[in-house]
Design a protein around this ligand. Structure first.
Ligand code: NAD
Ligand code: UDP
Length: 437
């Protein structure tokens, strides 16, 4: 048997030895053309060219949009709100974001981008279902990035982001930042924290935990994955300020044991943590000190002065002025803030940066603006003020102007009607309040 097998193997080898390779064909242009025509390859080439042309003609704007909207300053607040409006009124949830996206392209004049398209980013927004966070998410999605919202829905609402639910570039995770989390992203906008005094005083221990442990967890994540981290701090770090207006160099006048301390001291510690991770662990951090912000999607009953006055005037209730109403605040429209946050994140400067509108109003002056916009017959009711209420507040924004090229564009009188429109819809549904303007 073995012998037979050996014998056969020898036979095969001897066959192979007789093999002579084919002579090499000489390449020539006419041969190639003949081949292409004979095999009908030309038809396939034409079909390929047609598909590619169609692809670039019809789909290019979708891909180009990230680049086109990269310059955040080219996008005005009014446009921002109008996009949002367009899917509030005409949306089916799956298609609406894309509709608004297209309108963004139209409003930008359909210009062809000059530079190379920017690589879309993966971005986490903690607190992204809240008031500021949801507007930020709209802008990031509209810019072409992928966004993961992490929120425990303490003060945030799914309704604020549900117009993105059908979008493959959007994800929503119910998660409390006090617990660790592992995700792979390029940037982290850390907003998770209740912002209204009523909400942050509701459970002060939870508030300080969110600010300290929550920020620690998100900084740890940034360090681990090499992501850039932006902290939304607050003008409250200046406490009841002895310097006016407040510059970033001012260290503040904060009561460390008062009822607001869970928030004020919590945010001050969050800033400390951010700087220590920056200096000690080389994390790229950005710090924004946000001044009072208002706009559509604020919680109607969150106790903040603008939402209180607007809701009260619409419901024909007296506007509650705490104390003598002579304390001051500076109010910025939400789209101005979002533009500032994005410029800060994309820029080279750590901060801290004041982001606020320097227009300063007493609470009585604010009540007058609300009367002018909603109902000239609205009345005022004085109430006892809360403890540790800062007497005055006004940002010095020269640093943000100079280093970020940012300043707010929307005055209170221009921004308030946009918020009123949203509150009117949410309070009365489709019914208009007949008595109001
Ligand atoms: P908001 O209450 O509307 O939003 C906060 C969001 O964080 C909510 O969606 C809430 O559910 C979520 N959140 C709270 N605790 C959380 C936790 N432990 N884990 C996960 N999610 C949590 O407030 P906002 O006005 O949108 O403020 C956003 C950020 O901006 C806050 O960090 C706030 O301190 C800061 N800020 C806001 C203002 C302002 O005037 N709006 C001023 C200064 C600073
Ligand atoms: N305030 C008021 N009436 C209200 C709610 C608030 O007069 O119904 C005052 C409050 O005393 C404070 C200012 O408005 O001086 C701003 O309060 P808010 O809670 O909006 O924000 P804060 O800047 O205090 O965090």
């Amino acid at each position: 048997m073995n012998a037979t097998l050996n014998h056969r193997r020898v036979d095969v080898t001897s066959e192979n030895e007789k093999y002579t390779p084919k002579p090499q064909k000489q390449w020539s242009m006419s041969n190639s053309v003949e081949y292409v025509l004979r095999e009908q390859r030309f038809v396939f080439v034409l079909v390929g060219v047609a598909i590619t042309t169609a692809f670039f003609l019809f789909l290019q704007p979708e891909f180009g949009s990230g680049q086109r909207t990269m310059d955040v300053s080219s996008y005005t607040a009014v446009q921002a709100y109008n996009f949002d409006e367009s899917y509030q009124t005409t949306r089916t949830f799956e298609t609406a974001p894309y509709k608004s996206h297209r309108s963004a392209i139209v409003s930008l004049g359909g210009k062809i981008p000059l530079g190379l398209p920017r690589k879309p980013l993966r971005i986490v927004v903690t607190g992204g279902a809240g008031f500021v966070g949801s507007h930020l998410v709209d802008r990031l999605i509209e810019r072409g990035d992928s966004v993961i919202v992490v929120d425990n829905f303490f003060t945030g609402r799914k309704e604020n982001v549900q117009h993105h639910f059908g979008n493959p570039r959007f994800e929503l995770i119910r998660h409390d930042v006090v617990e660790p989390l592992l995700l792979e992203v390029d940037q982290i906008y850390h907003l998770a924290c209740p912002a209204s005094p009523v909400h942050y005083k509701f459970n002060p221990i939870k508030t300080i935990k969110t600010n300290v442990v929550g920020t620690l967890n998100m900084l740890g994540l940034a360090k681990r994955i090499g992501a850039r981290f932006l902290l939304t701090s607050t003008s409250e770090v200046y406490g009841d300020p002895l310097e006016h207006p407040q510059k970033e160099t001012y260290w503040g006048n904060v009561n460390p044991i008062g009822v607001r301390s869970c928030y004020d001291e919590g945010k001050r510690t969050a800033e400390t943590l951010a700087m220590d991770y920056h200096r000690g662990a080389d994390v790229q951090v950005r710090i924004a000190r946000i001044f009072n912000t208002y706009g559509p999607r604020m919680c109607i009953d969150d106790g903040r002065v603008v939402s209180n006055f607007v809701a009260q005037a619409l419901r024909k209730e007296p506007m509650t002025v705490y104390g003598d109403g002579k304390q001051t605040r500076s109010f910025q429209f939400v789209s101005d803030l979002v533009e500032g946050l994005m410029k800060l994140m994309e820029g080279e400067h750590v901060g801290p940066f004041n982001l606020g509108n320097p227009g300063e109003f007493t609470m009585l002056e604010l009540a007058q603006v609300v009367k002018d916009v909603i109902d000239p017959t609205a009345t005022i009711e004085y109430k006892e003020n809360t403890s540790d209420d800062p007497h005055k507040r006004k940002p010095d924004i020269s640093k943000a102007k100079e280093l970020l090229g940012w300043e707010p564009k929307i005055s209170l009188r221009k921004g308030l009607p946009m918020m009123v429109e949203d509150f009117r819809k949410r309070i009365f549904g489709d019914h208009k309040d007949k008595g109001s303007v």
